[in-house]
Design a protein around this ligand. Structure first.
Ligand SMILES: NC(=O)c1ccc[n+]([C@@H]2O[C@H](COP(=O)([O-])OP(=O)(O)OC[C@H]3O[C@@H](n4cnc5c(N)ncnc54)[C@H](OP(=O)(O)O)[C@@H]3O)[C@@H](O)[C@H]2O)c1
Length: 337
């Protein structure tokens, strides 16, 4: 087959690599998404408020493949600049608690996603994946309500967007298991908020990143089940009560702690003091979130629809919780001779 010079010129001039912008790419979920995109040869713009925060991600790709990109989220032009030229956009921006006037649920979970979705529409991006939160349509907390409003704002501005709603996410450097593992090193008892009956369906961060990739790339998904405009609920293979979650933690940290049932009202009183800390362990709004189960709804699209099988806690937890054993990682029974 012969190619004329014009054909060849056209080939070299047309871009044959893909570009993605990951908002919140420096975070727990975002960095996993950045790594997976880099493995697939995609050029990744890591949109962040502080570009230095993204520097440690550069070695995930070849020289120049991972590009920290400053973004002023309050400025639509800055957001559009971060999106410009990208085939894929993924939004992993989120906060667990509010701080001052600049870091509110309304801004981070509603206004920022709306601005990103608007930019995606104007710039004609191919795929936009927005990370939301499981049970945001059921829980009555300010966090959940803002997440639901954010989803609506995304779909209003970019109806082809795919929304992922993960349950509580675990994995090395998570915000959940590591916090309780750290706490269990110093305190003799841990709180069972509302009696510890709330059900959770913890999901591995690598599986959430795989779900993002499936929504962007897998041809099977595109052919048999187009993810555009759909909402996926992402839960791991096990549904556990809060009490059972603690029991898993105790198994892998080899630290048994007393569990103290704390009624909802009392938990809110405690949370109101804890929320004064610079990085609160618990807020009143989180207590409110815990009143609703965090499990995948029957019939919802999820991992199965995407052709994925999520990993269990028992497979992943030992890998990063063994460092919390009394005496440290090498003191556990597995290393005794
Ligand atoms: N972790 C979980 O268990 C879990 C469960 C369900 C849903 N989710 C959702 O998953 C997404 C990612 O969560 P994550 O655990 O990766 O969060 P994370 O580790 O806290 O990272 C969030 C990122 O958002 C950016 N960010 C933080 N505050 C911001 C603000 N006020 N304005 C703009 N950007 C801000 C930060 O990037 P820069 O500082 O670099 O700008 C940060 O890297 C969020 O939407 C979260 O709600 C998480």
């Amino acid at each position: 087959m012969s190619h004329s010079w014009a054909d060849q010129k056209g080939f070299f001039m047309s871009r044959h690599y893909q570009i993605a912008t990951v908002f919140g790419g420096t975070g727990f979920v975002g960095r996993q998404v950045v790594r997976e995109l880099a493995l697939r040869g995609v050029i990744v713009k890591v949109a962040t408020r502080v570009p230095e925060r993204a520097n440690y991600l550069r070695p995930c790709g070849a020289v120049g493949q991972i590009v920290p990109f400053i973004c002023r989220y309050g400025d639509a032009e800055s957001v559009a600049h971060a999106v410009k030229g990208s085939d894929f956009v993924i939004n992993c921006v989120g906060i667990l608690f509010e701080r001052g006037k600049s870091s509110t649920f309304q801004k981070a979970h509603v206004e920022v996603p709306a601005r990103i979705a608007q930019a995606c529409a104007v710039e004609g991006v191919e795929r936009f994946v927005h990370v939301s939160s499981l049970s945001c349509d059921k829980a009555q907390s300010k966090y959940a309500k803002s997440k639901l409003e954010g989803e609506k704002a995304v779909l209003a501005n970019f109806p082809r967007a795919t929304i992922l709603r993960p349950s509580v996410i675990f994995g090395p450097d998570d915000h959940f298991f590591k916090m309780f593992a750290e706490l269990s090193r110093y305190v003799p008892c841990l709180p069972l908020i509302g009696g510890g009956h709330t059900q959770l369906q913890p999901v591995y961060v690598g599986d959430v990143a795989d779900a993002v990739m499936a929504c962007l790339f897998t041809p099977r998904v595109r052919e048999k089940h187009n993810p555009e405009g759909k909402i996926y609920e992402l839960g791991g293979p096990e549904v556990l009560t809060f009490r059972q979650v603690y029991e898993k933690l105790f198994t892998y940290t080899e630290r048994k702690r007393m569990l103290v049932s704390v009624p909802w009202g009392m938990a809110k009183v405690q949370a109101s003091f804890l929320s004064l800390l610079p990085s609160p362990l618990l807020t009143c709004d989180q207590v409110e979130t815990l009143k609703s189960d965090n499990v995948v709804s029957p019939g919802a699209y999820g991992f199965e629809t995407l052709g994925l099988q999520p990993k269990s806690l028992d497979l992943i937890l030992p890998g990063y919780l063994e460092g919390y054993r009394p005496g440290g990682k090498l003191a556990g029974s597995a290393y005794k001779t």
